[in-house]
Design a protein around this ligand. Structure first.
Ligand code: PEP
Ligand code: MG
Length: 769
């Protein structure tokens, strides 16, 4: 059964439309189970009904035209119970309801399984047979497995609007709104430019071309380059591999012939598909053939085809990168938008980011916030391949993307955009003002920095210091570890620009989702692995060079240098790092520079550090909470995984309690405490942290003026009252709703994200939490 299942799933993946996919499923099921009827009923929540959406064996003319009430018959029962119902004699069941209209006959055997996506029943997959027989366990498992696999396709169609067409409700087509995760706030309207990470075949979009010849030439060059590579590798191995293994390289070369892959790709290019899209199509077709083979050896050969495809694609992209056109209102869209993909777009043209992968705390979201552009992450249902050039609205406040918006929706968003722009201009006046609450509490607002261009952006917005210099970012753009002199120059530039303000340099924080191209780290659980201080203590040579560069960069300047250690989970790490910093200071001074001892601080990012915050504060000069990581480790939720994104809650009462404890511990030891996680840049987070007595809130420059505006309009006493209420709450949802209500009540609405209230057709928007 497994090959059949695999075959159906592969065919569904390849289907031209959602309707075709449903037909493939019902036909495939009938064949696999040797049954007379297979049908799919899809739930239409607006009509509280199940729509007869596809069938093999019943009346196909009524597909999309017939619906039955949600709680009716066996279909309704399967959905309500959310589990399979397997009956030998369906007609004897009290819930049985004979539906002659769709061609039902007195069927005996019935097996219905729910189609469930993320706990929601989307539909029911049913098989029926005249004879009275019980479907066996293997058949039931087959249907359950298939239903689970097609649930994602159905959900995708729901998101893209195709579902409505199939369900016959196409006449009143509303805007197609896809829900993702709010990665970076703000709104943008623009044109999608779909980019793919180098050589990601699955992310290559369709793109029509006018001129076939240049595309063919491009493809020929890529094929020639890959042939050259294979021949070279084959020669290199000729002495060390046996002839039967070397024959593999010949097989590769044959696959690239015109009689195989290359010929097929050329045919698609002649049909005006660009070379990359044509390659993706052909490789997929070949892969499908291999993957549906019964013989496991042959099936495995599919990976060779994929490998070849990736090689050709990487050459095509190499040749092509220079030619991508970025319009003035570019919305960068991709399967996995990474910081390096961002770097290809001229900053003034980049209006927003939409990524299928990633989440609110992925580094690309953090960069988007630093750049002040909206981002929607984890938009897993985006029809990526058909999106290039399409007009989009990106709502980074609510994590929504509208595809091809209606004029009414465009007008509404235009209005919001104008309001936001006017508010931002007003905020410019706050630049020189200190951040003091209504009752005189001073809060330091510093910036998180790392990108080029951050310096002027930060100073323009009135930053009073650098609270987090992510030193790994300049490391990422190099081809090898930067030398001490190179590092010193980068650090000095920042210190001079901020002089006499304090500058907090974090030591190299790689690992997790931040790897350096020249220092790859491959681990099963990278976030629980070799990260931050663990890497640099294992490589004291890297640590020493960096710390020496930081110290030397500060020579002769008045601004305080603060060195901060990431991912600390034990006091030993502080002791070891401190010894290295002392040694570096001695060395630099012995070499003739006059450098003051830096302040040494520790990031609280791991639950263990929360419980040892007193000890850590005693050993260091300051504490700084990295709430992005602290949240992921306290709640055991990967900060990058969109599937668990709703569980990543930095307002979770457990996290808030931890933050309060860290603040208290630092102050018990008479040490300052700050926060440099993203929580500090949210209105709710900033107010609660101010109330907890945090001395420094460090955030991206974009949000700094807005946070200042809010804190200037609230008192510490008022904030404490809110905090006291919040600390008694049980869930993040409660905290969020309460704080939003209170902040609106305090007249701070202008600084809070405003929703578009209604759709063009009058349907209210459904918001994800
Ligand atoms: C954090 O974890 O909160 C933090 C500031 O560090 P990063 O986001 O770079 O991991
Ligand atoms: Mg961190």
């Amino acid at each position: 059964m497994l090959p059949r299942l695999r075959r159906i799933v592969l065919d569904v993946d390849e289907a031209d439309s959602f309707r075709a996919a449903l037909e493939i499923i019902v036909q495939g099921v009938c064949e696999a189970l040797g049954t007379e009827v297979a049908s799919i009923y899809l739930r239409d929540p607006q009509r509280s009904a199940f729509v007869f959406a596809a069938t093999e064996g019943l009346n196909t003319e009524l597909v999309g035209r017939f619906a039955m009430p949600e709680d009716d018959g066996l279909i309704g029962l399967v959905a309500r119970r959310a589990e399979p119902i397997n009956l030998q004699d369906a007609m004897a069941h009290p819930a049985f309801h004979f539906v002659e209209a769709i061609g039902e006959e007195p069927f005996g055997a019935f097996l219905g399984v729910p189609i469930i996506h993320h706990r929601t029943v989307l539909g029911v997959l049913v098989v029926q047979q005249r004879a009275q027989r019980r479907f066996d366990e293997a058949e039931e498992s087959f249907l359950v497995t298939l239903a689970a696999q097609v649930a994602a396709a159905i959900n995708h169609a729901r998101a893209t609007g195709e579902l409505r067409t199939v369900m016959g409700a196409a006449s009143r087509q509303p805007d197609r709104i896809l829900a993702g995760i709010a990665g970076s706030p703000g709104i943008a309207i623009g044109q999608a430019v779909v980019v793919s990470q180098v050589a990601n075949l699955d992310a290559v979009p369709d793109r029509a071309i006018d001129d076939v010849d240049p595309e063919l030439r491009l493809f020929d060059r890529a094929i020639e380059a890959v042939r050259g590579d294979i021949q070279r590798i084959s020669e290199e191995f000729s002495g060390s591999l046996p002839p039967e293994e070397l024959a593999l390289f010949d097989a590769y070369l044959h696959m690239l012939d015109d009689s195989a892959i290359a010929g097929d790709v050329r045919r698609y290019i002649h049909q005006r598909q660009w070379a990359q899209g044509a390659l993706r199509q052909v490789i997929r077709e070949h892969l499908r053939r291999f993957e549906s083979m019964e013989d496991s050896y042959l099936r495995e050969r599919g990976s060779d085809v994929r490998d070849l495809g990736i090689r050709v694609l990487s050459y095509l992209q190499d040749i092509k990168t220079r030619r991508v056109h970025f319009p003035a209102d570019t919305i960068l869209v991709g399967d996995d938008v990474t910081p390096s993909l961002l770097a290809n777009v001229p900053a003034e043209r980049l209006k927003a980011i939409v990524s299928l992968r990633g989440s609110r705390n992925s580094h690309v979201s953090i960069l988007a916030r630093a750049l002040g552009i909206p981002a929607v992450m984890g938009a897993v249902d985006l029809p990526l391949l058909r999106l290039d050039g399409e007009r989009l609205i990106v709502d980074g406040n609510y994590g929504e993307v509208t595809l091809d918006p209606s004029p009414v929706r465009l007008a509404e968003y235009d209005l919001l955009l104008k309001e936001e722009e006017a508010f931002s201009q007003e905020l410019e006046a706050l630049r020189e003002q200190p951040c003091i609450t209504l009752d005189g509490q001073r809060v330091r607002l510093w910036v998180n920095i790392g990108l080029t261009g951050d310096i002027s952006r930060s100073l323009d917005r009135g930053a009073e210091g650098i609270g987090l210099f992510r030193t790994e970012i300049p490391f990422m753009t190099q081809e090898q570890f930067p030398s001490e002199a190179e590092q010193r120059a980068v650090y000095r530039k920042h210190m001079e620009a901020f002089e006499p303000r304090p500058v907090t340099m974090r030591t190299l924080d790689i690992g997790g989702d931040k790897s350096l191209p020249y220092f790859p780290i491959h681990e099963e659980n990278p976030f629980l692995g070799w990260r931050g201080i663990r890497v640099t203590l294992d490589h004291p040579e890297i640590f020493m060079v960096q710390v020496r560069a930081m110290l030397a960069a500060n020579a002769g300047l008045d601004g305080v240098l603060r060195i901060m250690l990431p991912m600390v989970s034990s006091v030993h790490e502080i002791d070891e790092a401190k010894a290295l910093v002392d040694r570096a200071l001695r060395e630099v001074n012995e070499e003739g520079a006059t450098v003051k001892p830096p302040q040494l601080g520790v990031m609280i990012e791991v639950p263990a550090a929360v419980y040892q915050a007193d000890l850590l504060a005693k050993r260091t000069d300051f504490l700084a909470v990295g709430s992005n990581d602290l949240t992921q480790y306290m709640l055991a939720v990967d900060r990058n995984n969109p599937r668990v994104a709703p569980l990543y809650q930095d307002l979770h009462p457990a996290v808030l309690n931890a933050l309060r404890e860290v603040g208290r511990a630092a102050h018990r030891q008479a040490k300052p405490v700050g926060i440099c996680g993203e929580l500090a840049s949210t209105p709710t987070g900033a107010v609660l942290l101010m109330a907890m007595g945090y001395d420094v809130l460090s955030m991206n420059a974009t949000h700094l003026p807005r946070i200042k505006w809010i804190l200037q309009r609230i008192s510490r006493t008022g904030g404490r009252r809110l905090l006291a209420r919040v600390l008694k709450m049980q869930t993040a949802e409660e905290v969020h709703a309460f704080m939003l209500r209170e902040l609106h009540g305090l007249g701070l609405s202008r600084a809070l994200p405003r929703p578009v209230t209604e759709l063009a057709n009058g349907e209210p928007l459904s918001r994800t939490a």
